[in-house]
Each structure stands twice: as structure tokens, then as C-alpha cells.
Ligand binder design. Structure first.
Ligand code: PRP
Length: 180
């Protein structure tokens, strides 16, 4: 199938550009308030969180550092395999830092669970919080602490604002359902 055909299957818009902007701004205010007088490291788990990370960082009013990891259990499919792989590790030390792991979506929870354990075992941050734009609560297989979330979403295949299907649609400014 050619790429332009894929774009015909974009379904209902669940979260508009304006709703995303407002929510990200309020999350930024909340985090800035919670960490007043401190500084934070935002750690973006690629690739889905790159849009959210960028807008969230811009909405913070506290000293902020950014780093990227790529930990995945999907290996190109649409269902988590549960087998975690580290594609890219941190570039900067996070020992004694306030870390906020930034995700586009928490689904089964396997990815966040692995990241938390990895940081606790091999890095010693001062604190670790989880901030996800979307929380697909009903799909959870393992309990994980979600400290900040934007929207609880139903069990639909979602695309846009970082989320992909076959690596397309990350560029969209809204979140929509995708009809596979
Ligand atoms: C997605 C998403 C989270 C993870 C959530 O990443 O960005 O990291 O899946 O799912 P889980 O709670 O079931 O573990 P994916 O591996 O699809 O890679 P991508 O971000 O590059 O699209």
C-alpha cells in the first residue's frame, strides 16, 4: 500500500490540537509548582513522546534538562511482546536528580515498569515520577505509578501527536482513532 492510502483510514478525532495544548500547559504548571525551587530532568522514551516532551518542556518554569531513551517491547507490532529491549540508553548521569519519565501512552505498563526498575537498580536518581499524555488504563497488565496524566483513553488504536501506525502519523497535531 502506498503511504497516501494509509491516510484515508484516519478515524474520529478524540483530542484536538487545542485540547492538547491546554492540557500540556496545565501539566507544565502543575509540575513547575510541585518542583518549585528544584530542577528536573525530563526523560523522553522515544519515539512516541517526542511531541509531548517538546511542548511539556516549553511549558515548565523551573530549570530543566532533557535526555532520551528508547526502551521498547513492541518490536514493530501493535501488541506488546512483554520482552523489553534497550535500543538507546541515557546520555547524561541522573544520579541525585529529579527525574520525570515522559511517555505518550501507558498501555500494558510493561515499558514503564521496566524503566522504573532499570533506573532504581542501575542509576540512583533523587526521585522518579511518571508523566504520560495518555493513559489506556483498561489495558494494564502490571500496576505502575502514574503521577501525571493528560487523558484517560479507551482501548482504540490511536495515532497522532507522536503516536504512529507503521511509523506514519506522528506529525499530526491531534490524536485520532485509526481504522486498521
Ligand atoms: C509505545 C509508547 C510506550 C509504550 C507503552 O512505544 O510510546 O513507550 O508503547 O506501552 P506499554 O505500556 O504496553 O508498555 P513503542 O514501543 O510502540 O515505540 P514508539 O514510541 O517508538 O512508537
Amino acid at each position: 500500500m502506498i503511504a497516501s492510502e494509509l491516510y484515508k483510514n484516519i478515524g474520529t478525532v478524540l483530542i484536538s490540537k487545542e485540547e492538547l495544548q491546554n492540557k500540556v500547559r496545565s501539566l507544565g504548571e502543575q509540575i513547575s509548582q510541585d518542583f518549585k525551587g528544584e530542577d528536573v530532568v525530563l526523560i523522553s522514551n522515544l519515539k512516541g513522546s517526542f511531541r509531548f516532551l517538546s511542548d511539556l518542556a516549553a511549558s515548565l518554569t523551573i530549570p530543566t534538562q532533557v535526555d532520551f531513551i528508547s526502551f521498547t517491547s513492541y518490536h514493530g507490532g501493535t501488541e506488546s511482546t512483554g520482552e523489553m529491549r534497550i535500543i538507546k540508553d541515557l546520555k547524561m548521569p541522573i544520579e541525585n536528580k529529579n527525574v520525570i519519565v515522559v511517555e505518550d501512552i501507558v498501555d500494558t505498563g510493561y515499558t514503564i515498569d521496566f524503566i522504573l526498575k532499570y533506573f532504581q537498580d542501575f542509576r540512583i536518581p533523587k526521585s522518579v515520577k511518571i508523566c504520560t499524555l495518555l493513559d489506556k488504563k483498561e489495558k494494564r497488565k502490571v500496576e505502575v505509578p502514574v503521577d501525571y496524566f493528560g487523558f484517560v483513553v479507551p482501548d482504540l488504536f490511536l495515532i497522532g501527536y507522536g503516536l504512529d501506525y507503521k511509523e506514519y502519523f506522528r506529525e499530526l497535531n491531534y490524536i485520532a482513532e485509526y481504522n486498521i
